[in-house]
Design a protein. Structure first.
Length: 115
């Protein structure tokens, strides 16, 4: 099992494996052809309230991670993502955030690899 993360704005390549878009909102300026997502699991993204509160402010990262992990515990979409990871040798979580180290895909990858 291999789980990677990648910005949706980077070119999709076959080596990405099964691509899962993990944003609640469709990325701006990206066509479905460019995204090449095998599935869009928008429900696995942070709630609108949490996403707006975080606002990609680095000082809120720790609290965002904790709150998002709590949201994921009872989220059926996260269980679906876990199943996808079990079914595929390589999965790439695709996201649109500018920050490559502080975004929901980082948290999802951490949780998927830990389990």
């Amino acid at each position: 099992m291999e789980v990677n993360i990648k910005r949706v704005y980077q070119p999709a390549v076959d080596a990405d494996g099964f691509r899962v878009l993990v944003d609640r909102l469709w990325p701006r300026g990206i066509s479905k052809e460019h995204a090449r997502a095998n599935i869009w699991l928008k429900e696995v993204g942070p709630s609108n309230e949490l996403r707006k509160w975080f606002n990609h402010e680095p000082e809120k990262w720790g609290q965002f991670r904790e709150r998002y992990q709590l949201e994921l515990r009872d989220n059926p979409a996260f269980r679906q993502l876990q199943e996808i990871v079990q079914e595929h040798e390589k999965v790439t979580l695709v996201y649109s955030a500018h920050d490559e180290t502080m975004n929901q895909a980082v948290v999802l990858r951490e949780m998927l690899v830990a389990n």
